[in-house]
Design a protein around this ligand. Structure first.
Ligand code: AMP
Ligand code: MG
Length: 340
């Protein structure tokens, strides 16, 4: 009996040793192959935060930074050599395949939104000087810039673009486009999970759900009034609290009504759109802000996207597909879904 006890003890010790080795191996494997790399940098006129877990995380974050800086040099109209600047200067041109695809998708959003989304308002935006020293523009100058704008002035045949008049401005979709580019890099480097934030647009990559805050429209940038629990999605928010200024008691902001050239005045303070596509989440958040709750919901549904509208009186309207994923964290806000 005593000998049997001793054998059992030996077997137990061996099993424990094997388990310990296996655990150490697992931890080592996990820390080598599932390590998390974070990086913050400035591009596209905003701070970009990258957090990648698994795969070639370091290589992935470096590649993301490189690609975003390149994209900035293609899409911004404030760099004279960018593809968009050359289009504006030459009134068109032959586009790269990717840029042609962006134009095709944005023309589609412009048409489906009935012109509420219009990426040719560059000259109108410039007159307001948002983000610099903004002021209400001269009436005549505004009317002229507006008459020369309009997505109907853009025609695309294959990769050949003609711009009759107006100034192309991808400000409403560039950050979302960046998320789509980043997703490709995450896939190529076999990342497991990632959270990427490009200004008001966020990508939640991977199987696990993560919480994304919806910014407090009346508070500072770090405060949220609700959270969305999502996986594998792009989330973009457009808000009237961004790039705004006050003149003679009236507040003006950067999301323009293409019919008047003035900032949109409706019941909304922000719109968040959730989509598989970064470009769509970004473009539609702007479009839905211009359209308002009813028309905006229809547009989001047409693209198979979900939306969250926040009104000036602190009501949060969520479309059916996202209602179960939202949690209000500031009880001065009331959640309404289309079911109630
Ligand atoms: P976002 O913050 O994504 O809603 O984009 C707003 C930016 O898009 C503005 O700063 C302008 O550069 C541009 N923009 C303003 N109004 C419109 C509009 N109605 N359609 C498309 N782009 C717009
Ligand atoms: Mg947008």
């Amino acid at each position: 009996m005593i000998g049997g006890d001793c054998n059992l003890k030996k077997i137990g010790a061996v099993v424990a040793a094997i388990a310990a080795v296996a655990l150490i191996a697992f931890i080592a494997w996990d820390s080598i192959f599932n390590c998390t790399v974070t990086k913050d940098f400035f591009a596209m006129d905003t701070v970009i935060s990258v957090k990648v877990t698994g795969g070639k995380a370091k290589e992935c974050t470096d590649e993301i930074e490189k690609r975003i800086q390149e994209l900035d040099g293609i899409l911004t109209r404030h760099k004279p050599t960018s593809e968009i600047s050359l289009i504006n200067k030459n009134k068109g041109g032959t586009l790269s395949d990717k840029t042609a695809e962006y134009f095709r998708l944005l023309l589609d959003v412009s048409k489906k939104s009935g012109g509420a989304f219009d990426f040719t308002l560059g000259a109108v935006s410039d007159l307001w000087s948002f983000g610099k020293s903004p002021s209400v523009p001269d009436e005549k100058e505004l009317a002229k810039a507006l008459s020369e704008s309009g997505y109907e002035n853009v025609s695309l045949s294959g990769n050949n673009l003609t711009l009759k008049s107006g100034i192309v401005d991808f400000g409403a979709a560039g950050k979302g486009i960046a998320l789509d580019e980043i997703r490709t890099i995450l896939e190529d480097t076999k990342a497991k999970e990632a959270i990427i934030s490009v200004g008001g647009s966020v990508l939640i990559y991977g199987k696990n759900e993560a919480k994304v805050g919806i910014r407090d429209p009346y508070g500072n940038a770090g405060r949220s009034i609700a959270t969305l629990n999502l996986s594998g999605s792009c989330i973009s928010t457009s808000g009237s609290y961004e790039r705004c200024f006050e003149e003679n008691g009236t507040t003006y902001h950067h999301i323009l009504n293409p019919e008047t050239g003035f900032p949109v005045q409706n019941e909304l303070v922000s719109v968040t759109v959730i989509s598989q596509s970064g470009l769509l989440s970004d473009a539609l958040s702007t479009a839905c802000f211009v359209l308002g709750i009813e028309e905006g919901t229809k547009l989001a549904e047409e693209y198979g996207c979900e939306a969250v509208f926040i009104t000036k009186d602190k009501t949060v309207f969520a479309t059916n597909g996202v209602a179960a994923k939202i949690e209000i964290t500031d009880n001065t806000y009331n959640l309404k879904t289309y079911e109630n």
